[in-house]
Design a protein around this ligand. Structure first.
Ligand code: GAF
Length: 386
């Protein structure tokens, strides 16, 4: 599939510009194994890269002009120095490209003009970080074309600036870190406060396991506003508790912290973040010890916390989780920002098809549109292909 998407990017480039690209760069989508809405609380996350990728084919062009063709829409967007001098000037999918240019220039990097063509296997709007994949692939292409000194560890903040300050989505650092820094066969244990990472082995094959990713196909309902509201609520709670961030409330200090908050909703939000950080640490400890099968209950507990305390799930994702567990999944949870998106289920490899069928049947019973599903292994992060 990935070879295919790379070939498609070349074909789009050739048809747009009538020549071969100078190179191709790929960045994956991601799933988050555990640690949801902890990143902007300076906490812990544990994502892994998916074998679904966005590929950018690119070549330099003279002057400060950038031209981008998208396979998906068939559109070509062109912008110049003015559009990337000020945030928000380009809208739609082109904003993710212009945002990366803007962030690079804001950070003082000279970026050469370029022609780009984009093809992707990462589904849009499924909560698998298609936007971070686009940002990371464009960033990799521009950094190489411009000969920029830009170590991988510094790239996520640049891509996040594109998303936060150019596009205007107030996301944390997880998605950009995942798509840039993940390694095949591993999950990325990221401390979102100092961006230190540990590549934790996540060897599903050795354990006879599979991760089934179910696309809930639930329409995103007010996801942007609800995300911003959750973030604001966490930041307010941290202020009330006199903490720099909710990361600073330890699990054994939770009960005391809850007594110091003034309303039930804020207490639920704080309880989710504090317990979720601890679940990430517990999951990492099990993975380090090679006890992959045993992480299931932590995944399921994370889902319950997102459903009951953080209140970011919807009936479709709850149905998928319940059906997967009833069909024998070792654990299951929604992954990503919420209000739709995907569910991941940890299953015995030979049960993957049966679990997927059970979820599909439960959907039919509830009258939901049929879900999508795919089994995945942890894949590599952003890279130059050729
Ligand atoms: C979205 C955001 F982009 C991430 O930063 C993160 O907050 C996630 O939702 C929730 O864990 O993917």
């Amino acid at each position: 599939m990935s070879d295919d998407v790379a070939a498609r990017a070349t074909a789009v480039f050739r048809s747009a510009y009538g020549e071969a690209p100078a190179g191709r760069w790929a960045a994956p989508g991601r799933a988050n194994l555990i640690g949801e809405h902890t990143d902007y609380n300076d906490g812990f996350v544990l994502p892994f890269a998916l074998p679904l990728r966005t590929v950018v084919a690119a070549a330099p062009q003279p002057g400060a002009t950038w031209t981008v063709r998208s396979e998906l829409t068939g559109e070509t967007v062109t912008f110049g120095a003015d559009e990337v001098a000020e945030s928000g000037r380009v809208t739609g999918w082109g904003a993710y490209v212009a945002g990366v240019l803007w962030a690079l220039r804001e950070a003082g990097h000279p970026v050469p003009g370029a022609r780009l063509a984009i093809a992707s296997d990462v589904p849009l709007g499924a909560g698998l970080s298609s936007s971070a994949a686009l940002e990371a692939a464009v960033l990799a292409a521009l950094a190489d074309l411009g000969g920029l000194e830009l170590p991988a560890a510094r790239r996520p903040r640049l891509a996040q600036r594109a998303e936060n300050d150019y596009v205007g989505a107030p996301t944390g650092i997880m998605d950009q870190s995942a798509v840039i820094r993940c390694r095949a066969g591993h999950a990325l244990f990221l401390d979102c406060r100092d961006e230190s990472v540990e590549h934790v082995p996540f060897d599903l094959d050795a354990a006879g396991l599979a991760v089934l990713v179910v696309d809930s196909r639930a329409p995103h309902r007010h996801a942007d506003g609800e995300y911003a509201a959750r973030r604001a609520s966490c930041e307010r709670a941290a202020r009330l508790l006199g903490a720099a961030a909710l990361r600073d409330v330890p699990a054994d200090g939770l009960a005391d912290a809850l007594t110091r908050l003034d309303d039930q909703e804020t207490r639920r939000r704080v309880r989710h973040v504090v317990t979720e950080n601890q679940r990430v640490l517990d999951t990492v400890a099990l993975l380090r010890a090679g006890r992959v099968r045993e992480i299931g209950p932590l995944l399921t507990a994370s889902h319950a916390s997102m459903r009951d305390d953080f209140e970011i799930t919807v009936p479709e994702v709850d149905t998928a989780v319940e059906a997967a567990l009833a069909a024998g999944a070792l654990g299951a949870r929604m992954t990503g920002g919420g209000f739709g998106g995907c569910v991941l289920a940890l299953v015995d490899a030979e049960r993957a098809d049966a679990v997927a069928a059970a979820v599909t049947a439960a959907y039919a019973e509830r009258g939901f549109a049929a879900p999508g599903h795919v089994t995945v292994r942890p894949a590599p992060g952003a890279t130059r292909l050729d």
